[in-house]
Design a protein around this ligand. Structure first.
Ligand code: ADP
Length: 190
């Protein structure tokens, strides 16, 4: 199965994706992580995107779509992908459907982790000390949240129409969320 894990910055998408990928033998595809690797490796792409990412804005759809096609096109990952941080706007959601279709696949489930802005701020500030990400400071975190509200959240309606969406309370503990998500995936796998 292919699934999308959806939610605002700091919702716990990465944490839950890692858990699900281990438990169900899926592959976590985090566009944020792929982009950070480009910056760390000082690639040409990395130099183009670092200021955009550090300011909390989205990088261009073309860049992220090219990155994810590299994975969708590989047989090893066929029907085993967790999209973490993609799609982030309606155009990306449409691109994702097209790409999956091109490789004879589809999305089976969209998990929506919902979390309040106060919790997000707290988590991002805590994470800053662990991961030392350049975009984990309060000003940029608020900008990322605003971008989520304006560009990313509308994608939920898109998935709601196709009945793929399951809401998960992202305020619960990591373990509680693990249990809830596992139950949902088990029920879909049948
Ligand atoms: P978070 O969800 O905590 O904001 P991510 O690691 O998912 O963290 O994303 C970090 C940054 O990477 C985003 O603020 C954005 O600049 C860039 N990015 C990640 N995924 C995408 C995407 N699908 N489209 C555009 N930009 C993206």
């Amino acid at each position: 199965m292919n699934l999308v894990i959806f939610g605002p910055p700091g919702a716990g998408k990465g944490t839950q994706s890692k858990f699900i990928s281990n438990r169900f033998n899926l592959h976590q595809l985090s566009t944020g992580e792929l982009l950070r690797i480009e910056i760390k490796n000082k690639t040409i792409l990395g130099s183009k995107i670092s200021s955009i990412m550090n300011s909390g804005d989205l990088v261009s759809d073309d860049i992220v779509t090219t990155l994810i096609e590299k994975y969708i096109s590989q047989n090893t990952y066929k029907n085993r992908l967790i999209f973490d941080g993609y799609p982030r706007n309606l155009n990306q959601a449409i691109n994702l459907d097209k790409l999956l279709k091109k490789y004879d696949q589809k999305i089976d489930l969209v998990l929506n982790l919902s979390v309040k802005l106060d919790t997000i701020k707290k988590r991002i500030l805590e994470r800053r000390f662990q991961e030392k990400r350049a975009d984990d400071n309060e000003v940029v975190a608020i900008k990322r949240f605003k971008n989520y509200e304006s560009s990313t959240k509308p994608v939920l309606d898109y998935y709601n129409k196709s009945n793929l969406l399951k809401d998960v309370n992202g305020e619960a503990s990591i373990t509680e969320i693990n249990v809830e998500i596992s139950g949902i995936i088990e029920s879909i796998k049948g």
